[in-house]
Design a protein around this ligand. Structure first.
Ligand code: C5P
Length: 230
């Protein structure tokens, strides 16, 4: 089955304070996006990657990612949209239009640059086994509170039933298309699918798949590299 990974990487990444689109910010001298795409291909289950890049950076993104594709595969770069969901929708439409045999789609944030290949494989295998939507998750170690508009606690959900969600999120391509055509809104792709009433399965995520958002996260990633753990 044809597995295509969509990588929304069109964000400006201002929280990193680097003056570069986040996808191009280097960790250990290598841009986050390059690490993320390399990890997808290293899993051995992805032949094509479609990247939604900042519109002004399509050429540079093409230059740095094209050499990463394995024989028989390719990296495709297009201009992303105004919101993350727009970028995913554009990349999905491109994959379904231009890459024959696209049946399984992964959506992977460039910011999760250190996602281990075995997590990618676990997601693909779960979709291949018949799950229409699959997300990698971690247990929650902090107690989480729900608060009202004034910041007053209204509930303490049972921590044992909560999970932190990572990427890549894997989907039957038709299900993800239906979710993006629905006009619904959610903060992640699995959230959209969930709103359609489609069950979302989970597989084990990994700490290294953390999302690099702040200068602190960047420092942690650099430290992991120095320590040889990522
Ligand atoms: O800003 P945040 O970290 O939540 O963005 C998540 C991912 O979505 C990032 O990889 C970012 O580049 C991407 N994105 C995008 N198009 C946008 C905004 C964000 O592809 N318009």
């Amino acid at each position: 089955m044809g597995v295509v990974a969509l990588v929304p990487a069109a964000g400006r990444g201002e929280r990193l304070g680097y003056g570069l689109p986040k996808a191009l910010v280097p960790v250990g001298g290598v841009p986050l996006l390059v690490r993320a795409v390399r990890g997808l291909f290293e899993a051995g289950r992805v032949q094509h990657v479609v990247i939604a890049a900042p519109p002004s950076d399509v050429d540079i993104v093409n230059t740095v990612t094209a050499p990463l594709a394995p024989a028989g595969g390719a990296v495709h770069v297009l201009a992303g949209g105004a919101e993350r969901s727009d970028s995913v929708r554009l990349a999905l439409a491109y994959a379904l239009r231009e890459i024959p045999g696209t049946t399984i789609v992964l959506v992977h944030d460039a910011a999760r640059a250190f996602t281990p290949p075995h997590v990618v494989r676990a997601v693909v295998e779960a979709v291949e086994a018949g799950r229409p939507a699959v997300v990698p998750v971690l247990p929650v170690t902090d107690t989480v509170k729900q608060v009202d508009a004034d910041g007053v606690v209204v509930a303490t959900p049972d921590r044992a039933a909560l999970r932190i969600v990572q990427t890549p999120q894997g989907f039957d391509a038709r299900v993800l298309l239906r979710a993006h055509e629905s006009g619904l809104h959610a903060t992640d792709d699995a959230g959209l699918v969930e709103r359609l009433g489609v069950p979302v399965a989970t597989v084990a995520g990994h700490q290294d798949a953390m999302k690099i958002t702040t200068p602190f996260d960047l420092a942690v990633a650099e430290a992991l590299l120095v320590g040889g753990q990522a």
